[in-house]
Design a binder for this molecule. Structure first.
Ligand code: DGJ
Length: 342
């Protein structure tokens, strides 16, 4: 009898675990908790997505533990200790498998950029076809954000482990919020909020993508743009970005250029619907070109919870393209799936 009961209990537990594991996401639900394939909330903030050989990889700030406001703070520099950069993989962009922390914190070395006391934000990974290396750039900073540097790590595999090379100021300029963009000809660029976040620098990278090659331009001069996300549509370059209001939301902006280091024209706020002037309480981090679909892009935003950063959420929305006028908008949607791109 006891044995039978134990067997039943075991079967029930196994079924429970299986049903949790088998949980599938059928819709994007912006602003809602988004679970990975194991049923845990996805933990990859300020992230970027790489598509490589049929799989998407999502890299982001792995935020765990308490959010604190340092005692010396004169502004809202809420922080969590550095715990590393996480990686998730997916075939459909909806269901993500946790691949682990692929750039690990270094608790033993107080001088390391990856020491828990420092700041690691906005990781982006690109693949270099010549060197066959996966190259990660991060915003590496000190807790008061005065270091304003970029850090680089490399790996032979998309799921790591990444080895940290070190940090520097690209072209001797400050570098905070940042993203990477690889053009169709294989040339890569880092966009970074520079000059105390007032001006965006577009730094061309060396062939191995690990350093700036010395050619750069200053754009969006004195326009204070953060959170750049760059993509290419219809042979033009687009940059989605936010204003500078710390962890608090503000109005997004889309800009366009015919050539990446050429002149950029500001188009205005692409978001429409309730709270569009606050980017639906989000801040841009990446724009994903959906593979196998023409003119299909997903705008990815973080929804920061500044006093509990580890519980920040995500807002992913399809970019709507009016192909007659080439107008790009990001309308609010409570839930949606890939049928939006039909
Ligand atoms: C806004 C940036 O976009 C975030 O990545 C982070 O650096 C916060 N500022 C810090 O206040």
């Amino acid at each position: 009898m006891i044995r039978q009961f134990a067997m039943l209990l075991l079967a029930a537990c196994t079924w429970g675990t299986m049903s949790l594991q088998a949980q599938k996401n059928d819709f994007f639900r912006p602003q809602q908790v988004w679970n990975d394939t194991e049923g845990n909330p996805i933990n990859a903030h300020g992230g970027g997505i790489l598509y490589h050989e049929g799989t998407y990889y999502w890299y982001g700030e792995y935020k765990v533990g308490k959010t604190i406001l340092p005692s010396w703070a004169t502004w809202e520099c809420y922080r969590t200790d550095v715990t590393g950069v996480s990686c998730y993989s997916s075939k459909d962009l909806l269901n993500w498998k946790f691949e682990g922390v692929v750039l690990k914190a270094v608790p033993d070395d107080p001088d390391s950029d990856l020491h828990p006391s420092q700041v690691v934000e906005r990781p982006k990974v690109i693949y270099n076809k010549k060197t066959k290396k996966f190259v990660m750039w991060i915003h590496a900073d000190s807790p008061d954000y005065s270091k304003a540097a970029a850090g680089v790590a490399i790996s032979d595999s998309p799921t790591g482990e990444f080895s940290y090379i070190g940090s520097f100021r690209p072209n001797n300029s400050m570098s905070r919020d940042q993203t990477l963009f690889v053009d169709d000809d294989g040339t890569a660029y880092q966009f970074s909020s520079s000059e105390e976040n007032r001006t965006m620098h577009i730094n061309r990278l060396t062939d191995d993508y690990t350093r700036p090659d010395g050619t750069f331009v200053r754009r969006f001069v004195d326009q204070s743009r953060e959170a750049p996300a760059v993509f290419k549509y219809n042979n033009k370059y687009y940059m989605l970005s936010s204003g500078c209001t710390g962890w608090s939301p503000n109005e997004a902006e889309l800009a366009v250029a015919d050539s990446i280091m050429g002149e950029w024209t500001v188009l205005g706020n692409p978001c429409t619907g309730p709270d569009a002037e606050k980017t639906f309480y989000g801040q841009s981090t990446y724009v994903i070109p959906v593979q196998g679909k023409k003119n299909a892009y997903i705008a990815c935003f973080d929804m920061w919870n500044k006093t509990d950063l580890a519980n920040s959420k995500y807002i992913w929305l399809p970019i709507k393209i009016d192909q007659k006028t080439n107008t790009l908008t990001i309308p609010w949607m409570k839930q949606w799936n890939m049928d939006e791109f039909k």
